[in-house]
Write a protein that binds this ligand. Structure first.
Ligand SMILES: *Cc1c(COP(=O)(O)O)cnc(C)c1O
Length: 361
């Protein structure tokens, strides 16, 4: 240990585990471990990428005005209430850095996204994990865990890795029941997969304590680009902009994201195809004795009889070139999270689980 000590909390951070993308000795891989879009990104986004980047010697703009206006137009929001970041992860970091510190508590839930405790520790705050009810966020349990030290409550809706969701009335009850001085962060990474859902934008607009975050990494198929955004009351956006580095996003990121958000046909097509293949996959697995909760996202949480069976299946799938996600670290040791692929990806994982079950008996 160096005698130069890091800030409090930093050494508590368990490094984020990304989805595996290769298996030694296996070449034909289908990666269903990171909730990536099996259809890639939209043609207009790819075209914007090709035609960007000829001005590499120029600094990008700092206010992201063009992208914020495009997002506002497409989603029916107010551009000045939007902030853009390097993935929604960066926006979540702005929030913790700005509103929590040593002595403060940051609430997340039992199977919540692993970035939440990481971000809380990074700013010296104390992450507080609250029980869920059968893999669903429990509003009453969260409200009970709140106290005067609570500064932030993180929930993803739909949630990762469970895929479950709570209704707008429940989210509103949560926002309205928080102590004064506590913010509700609604992580809407999977919002576009839910038909007609605004990700919580209306809840933001009616209150002073709610922030919504969104990403280009999931339905827009731009995880490699690293861009996301947040929507919040103007005074909160003003705070977050103070910790945002002025040049956090390149012109390439901004241009590609703008083309992507405007391609609403692509988003709609991905939503519909995802819903169709998700239903197919859930049923195919259920017939093999592997149930899952109804998912509202682009993955399903497959439940096995035991931790041993989940582990064995995961190993078996790898030998067949099918990579899914172990979620023991999320308190779900008997489950595997499987991204909904395209038709061939879904058939392949279902077929591999079937042969796993057959060879196991
Ligand atoms: C994938 C995901 C994100 C997105 O992170 P980016 O930094 O935007 O790529 C955020 N929250 C949850 C719950 C996710 O699953």
């Amino acid at each position: 240990m160096s005698r130069i000590a890091p800030q409090p909390g930093i050494m508590e951070i368990a490094l984020y585990q990304g989805g595996q993308s290769s298996v030694e000795g296996v070449t034909d891989i289908v990666k269903l471990s990171s909730n990536e879009n099996p259809y890639g990104s939209s043609d207009s986004a790819k075209e914007a990428y090709r035609t960007s980047g000829l001005n590499l010697h120029r600094y990008p703009g700092t206010d992201h005005a063009s992208l914020r206006h495009a997002i506002a137009e497409v989603h029916g929001l107010t551009a000045e209430n939007i902030i853009c970041g390097v993935g929604s992860d960066e926006v979540l970091q702005f929030i913790t850095q700005s509103f929590a510190g040593p002595g403060d508590e940051v609430i997340y839930t039992e199977h919540g996204f692993s970035m939440y405790p990481i971000l809380a520790h990074a700013c010296g705050a104390t992450p507080v994990k609250v029980k869920e009810r059968e893999r669903v966020v429990d509003v009453d349990a969260i409200l009970k865990a709140c106290n005067k030290k609570t500064r932030i409550v993180f929930i993803a809706n739909p949630a990762n890795p469970t895929g479950t969701m709570i209704g707008a009335n429940e989210v509103a009850r949560l926002a309205d029941g928080l102590p004064k001085g506590a913010l509700l962060v609604l992580d809407g990474a999977y919002a576009e997969y839910v038909e007609g859902y605004d990700g919580g934008a209306a809840l933001v607009e009616g209150r002073d304590n709610v922030i919504m975050t969104r990403t280009f990494s999931k339905i827009h198929g731009l995880g490699g680009l690293r861009i996301g955004w947040g929507y919040a009351p103007k005074d909160i956006i003003d705070v977050l902009n103070r910790v945002r580095q002025p040049f956090n996003l390149s012109d390439i990121q901004l241009n590609v994201a703008e083309a992507a958000v405007r391609d609403t046909n692509f988003v709609e097509k991905c939503r519909v195809d995802n819903a169709r293949m998700r239903a197919w996959l859930a049923e195919a697995l259920a017939e093999l004795g592997v149930p899952s909760d109804t998912s509202c996202a682009n993955f399903i949480l497959a439940r096995f009889a035991s931790e041993q069976e989940a582990t064995d299946c995961d190993e078996y799938l790898k030998t067949k070139g099918v990579i899914v996600r172990k979620v023991a670290g999320y308190g779900l040791p008997n489950c595997l999270r499987i991204t909904v692929g395209d038709e061939s990806g879904c058939r392949r994982v279902a077929h591999a689980v079937k042969s796993f079950k057959e060879q196991a008996v």
